[in-house]
Design a protein around this ligand. Structure first.
Ligand code: MTE
Ligand code: MO
Length: 383
């Protein structure tokens, strides 16, 4: 593995692992704008960032259980209708550090910023698959294809030096409403190397691990991807399962993200004068389920008030009719009067009335994924 050609990154990112490069922005950066600036968008990698320098020759091979296997060049992708989809990408490991404090977990530590909200520009996968003869809203091809596997250019140790890969169901891939993209733009600019140049998959509403960067090939298969990150990672186990009794085949790969929220305007412990404090953060759910409500408590969850919520345009040049915000986070805001030491809590409710769990212990799992427990911060009043 070769880390001599890594891109430059913003100095304020907090580096959780250097090689492969894993970093997140400071909390405050997330609530400074509805669309996360690319330089502050978390970076989650499993190997060195690949170098693609001959864009004329770059292509995606589409093969497997289809009638017309094909090589798609960048011009073929650019010829398809372009969509801009505002979608929040969140790593399943977001908030892992807090989970590891109850009991040790395995994985890169993350505070609350392993997510970001971007405007992704690209072709719909449903349109791309039509080019190889798969109609919209297909769940099985005549040859028995049911899953769409994405294989990357990068190399990682978990795959024994092979490429990163993942899959989604064919029914989702061919559903134009699912907004799955092969994206070549992020926030109105050419996708940069860290985020998957020249082409990445964006699967809105699903954990980040399925949004494969640096796409090399697409494979239509009868079964889901058998790669490490689908079969031996990114699965949710109960608290009773440990490294001695784990049986990976008993669980499905995690897809949709559960409802999540966190407070970004405050650190874990804040010392200040008594008086008004601003409580700001993000809330997001998976599967296209929007956020119904965000509740805030300043007494550790005994009493609650409702925060105000907003989703607002980031980049003015994108026409309203091209926008779609159902995959995007909402930012929330509340103000509270704090007179003595306080435990401030946020919990969100999605449109299906799913609520974040109260305690991290109840959802502890050995890989430390999906920590969606109530987010708590502490304010200590100085007299
Ligand atoms: N794709 C490739 N090829 N290699 C990777 O390591 N990491 C995945 C996903 N796609 C990864 C990948 C994970 S776990 C996440 S959370 C997202 O990319 C992170 O995307 P970002 O770095 O653009 O934020
Ligand atoms: Mo991830």
């Amino acid at each position: 593995s070769n880390y001599s050609e890594e891109p430059s990154r913003h100095p304020s990112l907090k580096i959780n692992a250097k090689e492969p490069f894993n970093a997140e922005p400071p909390r405050q950066a997330l609530v400074s704008s509805y669309v996360t600036p690319t330089e502050f968008f978390y970076k989650r990698n499993h190997g060195p960032i690949p170098v693609v320098d001959d864009i004329e020759r770059y292509h995606v091979s589409v093969n497997g259980l289809i009638e017309k296997p094909k090589e798609l060049f960048m011009k073929d992708i650019l010829n398809l209708p372009k969509y801009n989809v505002t979608a929040t990408l969140q790593c399943a490991g977001n908030r892992r550090t807090a989970m590891s404090k109850t009991r040790t977990v395995r994985g890169v530590g993350w505070d609350i910023s392993a997510l970001g909200n971007a405007i992704w520009g690209g072709a719909k996968l449903a349109d791309v698959l039509e080019l190889v003869g798969i109609p919209k809203l297909t769940s099985t091809t005549p040859a028995g294809g049911k899953h769409v596997e994405f294989v990357s250019i990068d190399r990682c140790k978990e795959e024994n030096g092979g490429p990163y890969k993942a899959s989604i169901p064919l029914s989702q891939a061919t559903d134009p409403e699912a907004d799955v993209l092969l994206a070549y733009e992020m926030n109105g600019e050419t996708l940069n190397r860290d985020h998957g140049y020249p082409l990445r998959v964006v699967v809105p509403g699903v954990i980040g691990a399925r949004s494969v960067k640096w796409l090399d090939s697409i494979n239509i298969d009868s079964q889901e991807c058998q790669g490490f990150f689908m079969q031996k990672d990114y699965k949710m186990f109960p608290p009773s399962v440990n490294w001695d009794n784990i049986n990976w085949s008993t669980r499905r790969p995690q897809m949709d993200f559960p409802v999540q929220s966190a407070i970004c305007s405050l650190e874990d412990v804040n010392v200040g004068r008594k008086g008004k404090i601003a409580i700001k953060g993000y809330a997001v759910s998976g599967g296209g389920r929007g956020i119904e409500r965000v509740d805030i408590s300043i007494d550790g969850g005994k009493t609650w008030m409702e925060a105000s919520r907003y989703q607002k345009p980031g980049l003015e040049y994108i026409a309203d009719e091209e926008r779609s915000d159902k995959w995007a986070w909402v930012l929330f805001e509340a103000e509270a009067d704090v007179h003595s030491n306080a435990e401030i809590v946020a919990k969100a409710v999605d449109t299906a009335a799913n609520v974040q769990p109260e305690n991290v212990e109840d959802i502890w799992n050995l890989r430390g994924i999906l920590n969606t427990s109530w987010h708590r911060v502490h304010v200590q009043v100085r007299h």
